[in-house]
Design a protein around this ligand. Structure first.
Ligand SMILES: C[S@@+](CC[C@H](N)C(=O)[O-])C[C@H]1O[C@@H](n2cnc3c(N)ncnc32)[C@H](O)[C@@H]1O
Length: 203
């Protein structure tokens, strides 16, 4: 398990997340970030090139040492980036201390996503924004069947990724009010590609 989790899985994650079809989502979501930004599960740093000049610093939280090593080498502008070796379920930051929280394709994987969302809300300042793009539960019954059926096996090979998490209601139950949410299938296998993209404010 050690080699798979520590070496192979980070490389697979990096490879799969380099899919060029994800780029427009990254551009839109990261382009809306501003101020002091906390990125949850920064992975191999594929969002870092998209942060604009209105971002003062990025706090890049990531529990996988293998992915952090890749993210440290990722292309980026002069932007200050600090890496935080922690899990989203226990964010080592003060209450109301960040302007923007970013999550891109992490809520599928974080083991206790409800606790993580509570933490994201805690660290966001009043009026701050949660920016997200996630894949999750599809609206079509046939696709949901496949998502429910595949998830137990998929989780085991993909480092914990669930295909069937109801992203919108999870974010709302975490104490956020949706400001914008757009959903739809990206090109690709339907169980893996139903996307939720948008922004939410702490209630
Ligand atoms: C599919 S990858 C997405 C990586 C990156 N956000 C991107 O868009 O390329 C899922 C990420 O969630 C991270 N992750 C898994 N469990 C986590 C946790 N408990 N807290 C924070 N991040 C976690 C993984 O290490 C990985 O970086």
């Amino acid at each position: 398990m050690g080699i798979y989790r520590d070496v192979i899985l980070p490389r697979l994650c990096d490879l799969s997340m380099r899919n060029e079809r994800l780029r427009p989502y990254r551009e839109r979501v990261i382009g809306a970030a501003q101020g002091r930004v906390l990125e949850i599960g920064v992975g191999s740093g594929l969002n870092l090139p998209f942060y604009g000049p209105v971002v003062g610093e990025v706090l890049a939280l990531e529990p996988s040492a293998g992915l952090v090593a890749m993210a440290r080498e990722a292309p980026r502008s002069d932007l200050p980036v600090s890496f935080i070796d922690a899990s989203a379920e226990a964010i080592p930051l003060d209450d109301k201390s960040v302007d923007t929280v970013v999550t891109t394709w992490t809520l599928c994987t974080i083991p206790d996503a409800a606790a993580a969302l509570t933490e994201m809300r805690r660290v966001l300042r009043p009026g701050g924004k949660l920016l997200f793009v996630e894949h999750g539960l599809a609206p079509d019954r046939g696709v949901r069947w496949w998502q429910d059926t595949l998830t137990p096996v998929w989780r085991r090979i993909s480092g914990g990724c669930h295909l069937n998490r109801p992203i919108r209601s999870m974010i709302e139950c975490g104490g956020f009010r949706m400001e914008r949410v757009e959903t739809g299938y990206m090109q690709g296998p339907k169980p893996m590609t139903f996307m939720y993209e948008g922004s939410a404010r702490p209630e």
